[in-house]
Design a binder for this molecule. Structure first.
Ligand SMILES: [Zn+2]
Length: 305
């Protein structure tokens, strides 16, 4: 039966309600050499992030996708500890961020070697944490995909085909998504198991529609951030009218404990979507069945294996 792979074990659809498909419990965006993330402990992170998790549990959120890959401080042990302290299942990725955050060992590896590494995490565990990877997170640069990034896409295609794990990529420009889908489809992977993370950053909605027609998932994951709620609602309605309501994900891309800041900094809450945005979406005439599809059915279908 299709299920999510989480820090608290497998979860089937009947055990889940609302999901946040793109958030962060822990990120270190600092230069890779500083490695602040290596010094952080679960005991430091739990008091900062568990209260934020409890706020969304009170809103009915039943699972959260951690979107921090290798290169920007992935810590499956910390995700697991925060999850255990709160009872919220968290989905942790395998995969590596874009240049210049790609570590030396990954530059040196072949696509086959990287696919084997991803497969090991998707079927076993991440770095002795006891956490099995749920999905594959990648990224590509804004000006085009580099050779190392393309190698990671080919590796992800192999690991994704073998496990049915979904691949999501932080990609700011729609034309770069086209190139990623060309590589994935060339490797025999289906666009239907790809999420265009940060779709909202591409100003040209014709590209949103083009990528959706190709079968990929679109993710509007900056809700409550720099763009107005009205602009999100307008684009959501365009996609619903075009028949792509079953391929759209909504989230904040918020959080997180930042180990480069004293005490981890001040996290941004994960509460805006349920508390503020969804009431506005209802007010704009989007019915309850559609809201349920966007916030429960779609994220489950995207991430389930
Ligand atoms: Zn993110």
């Amino acid at each position: 039966m299709a299920h999510l792979i989480t820090t608290l074990g497998p979860r089937t659809a009947d055990k889940l309600g609302l999901m946040l498909p793109h958030e962060h419990i822990f990120v270190d965006l600092g230069p890779i050499a500083e490695k602040n993330w290596r010094a952080a402990t679960p005991e430091q992170v739990i008091p900062v992030m568990a209260p934020e998790i409890k706020k969304i549990q009170a809103q009915g959120v039943t699972a959260l996708v951690e979107c921090t890959p290798v290169g920007v401080g992935r810590r499956a042990d910390i995700d697991r500890a925060v999850s255990a302290a709160t009872g919220l299942p968290v989905l942790v990725p395998t995969g590596i961020y874009r240049e210049p955050w790609i570590p030396g060992w990954a530059h040196a590896a072949t696509a086959e070697g990287l696919a084997d590494w991803m497969l090991g995490e998707l079927t076993g565990e991440i770095e002795g944490s006891g956490v099995q990877a749920a999905w594959i997170k990648l990224s590509a640069g804004d000006d085009g995909i580099t050779d190392a990034e393309a190698k990671l896409v080919r590796a992800a295609a192999q690991a994704g085909k073998a496990t049915n794990a979904i691949i999501g990529s932080h990609t700011i420009r729609g034309r770069v998504v086209r190139d990623q889908l060309d590589i994935l489809e060339g490797a025999g992977y289906t666009a239907g198991r790809f999420i265009w993370i940060h779709t909202q950053a591409e100003a040209d909605i014709a590209l949103h529609l083009e990528i959706a027609r190709r079968g990929a998932w679109l993710e509007y994951d900056g809700i409550g951030g720099g763009q107005s709620d009205e602009s999100y609602i307008e684009r959501i309605q365009r996609l619903l009218d075009a028949g792509f309501g079953h391929k759209l994900l909504l989230s904040h891309d918020r959080g997180w404990y930042d180990p480069s800041k004293p005490g981890g900094g001040v996290p941004k809450p994960f509460t805006y979507l349920v508390g503020t945005f969804l009431p506005k979406l209802r007010g704009a005439g989007v019915d309850e069945a559609t809201i349920r599809q966007l916030t429960q059915t779609n994220p489950f279908n995207a991430y389930a294996r």
